[in-house]
Design a protein around this ligand. Structure first.
Ligand code: AMP
Ligand code: ZN
Length: 116
């Protein structure tokens, strides 16, 4: 828990979140300003600002987050049509919330206008 971190506050229930999944080590909730028809954030409960601040000891957690992406994509029925995942790290990437998170983006019909 970090002071003044909006994602820590969502995880603690101090701010509302549209949760898809809540687990001991991570949560997933809908992005408040979606950039795709399906836009979910997968967020570790442990606060660290970005991947740069991940510890070597976090490798199991980081693996769990990727498996969570897979399972949530299946649950939201975008696994066959396809999806993107994005992790912004640091100012030049456009990161706005400095609590590491994975963006899961999908649900376009045939064409994604967001080419990375
Ligand atoms: P990033 O630029 O990678 O830090 O992305 C932060 C994301 O958090 C943006 O896509 C925002 O729309 C999203 N966001 C900010 N505040 C909230 C909130 N209260 N609930 C859900 N998503 C949020
Ligand atoms: Zn936080």
């Amino acid at each position: 828990m970090a002071e003044n971190c909006i994602f820590c506050k969502i995880i603690k229930g101090e701010i509302g979140g549209n949760f898809i999944r809540r687990k001991k080590d991570y949560v997933a909730f809908k992005d408040i300003n979606p950039k795709a028809p399906v836009h979910v954030l997968i967020v570790p409960v442990k606060h660290f600002a970005s991947l740069e601040n991940a510890d070597d000891k976090d490798k199991l957690l980081l693996g769990d987050l990727m498996i969570a992406v897979r399972d949530i994509a299946r649950k939201l029925k975008i696994s066959e049509s396809g999806y993107k995942i994005v992790i912004n790290n640091g100012e030049d990437s456009g990161q706005l919330v400095f609590h590491m998170h994975i963006h899961l983006l999908g649900g376009w019909q045939k064409v994604s206008h967001w080419k990375v």
